[in-house]
Design a protein. Structure first.
Length: 183
């Protein structure tokens, strides 16, 4: 009888552990040291292969291995509404970002928040494969366009403010931003 009770307790503990691991919301915040800080928007424009205004319309998050302790990556499908610099062969591009959500687990870089689908962004991009890009300098090369005004990520998301300090736009109108930097 005692042996049966121990097996029931061990079985219940195992099931509880599995449920906890798979369904309890977990968040992993990563810190990075950006290898380069762009001094201004002109320098980012010069280094970018593509500058667009667009929206993430869908995403897929994945791991490069089955190990649950490896990093999550997200590929966003971005619809380029306006190409400012460069050329795209298709209306949508793939944008790669470190971090993402799989099940109840979320991973992200502290000063580079995950992209929200539907948000209009001004993006400074580097191509790494045909039609696949990453953002220059992480949070440095991503601006949010809200109600026709441009803001650096650091102006809207405090943990990124130190990383983007030289790139703050103070809510300049998108058309003024474009005419100031893209003549």
């Amino acid at each position: 009888m005692m042996k049966k009770m121990y097996l029931i307790i061990i079985g219940a503990a195992l099931i509880a552990s599995i449920l906890y691991i798979n369904y309890y919301p977990r968040e992993r915040v990563m810190d990075v040291s950006w290898t380069y800080a762009y001094k201004d928007i002109n320098e980012m424009t010069e280094k970018a292969d593509l500058v667009i205004v667009g929206k993430a319309i869908s995403s897929i998050s994945y791991r490069e291995s089955a190990d649950p302790f490896t990093s999550i990556w997200t590929d966003y499908t971005v619809r380029g509404d306006k190409v400012i610099k460069g050329k795209v062969d298709e209306p949508n591009i793939i944008l790669h970002q470190t971090g993402g959500k799989i099940g109840s687990e979320t991973q992200y870089i502290r000063d580079d928040p995950l992209i929200e689908e539907g948000t209009t962004m001004l993006l400074f991009l580097k191509q790494y494969e045909p039609n696949k890009y990453y953002i220059l300098g992480g949070p440095q090369g991503r601006f949010v366009v809200e109600q026709g005004k441009v803001y650096s990520i650091g102006e809207l998301y405090a943990p990124a403010s130190a990383t983007t300090i030289r790139l703050h736009t103070k809510g300049i109108a998108l058309e003024n931003f474009l005419s100031n930097f893209f003549k």
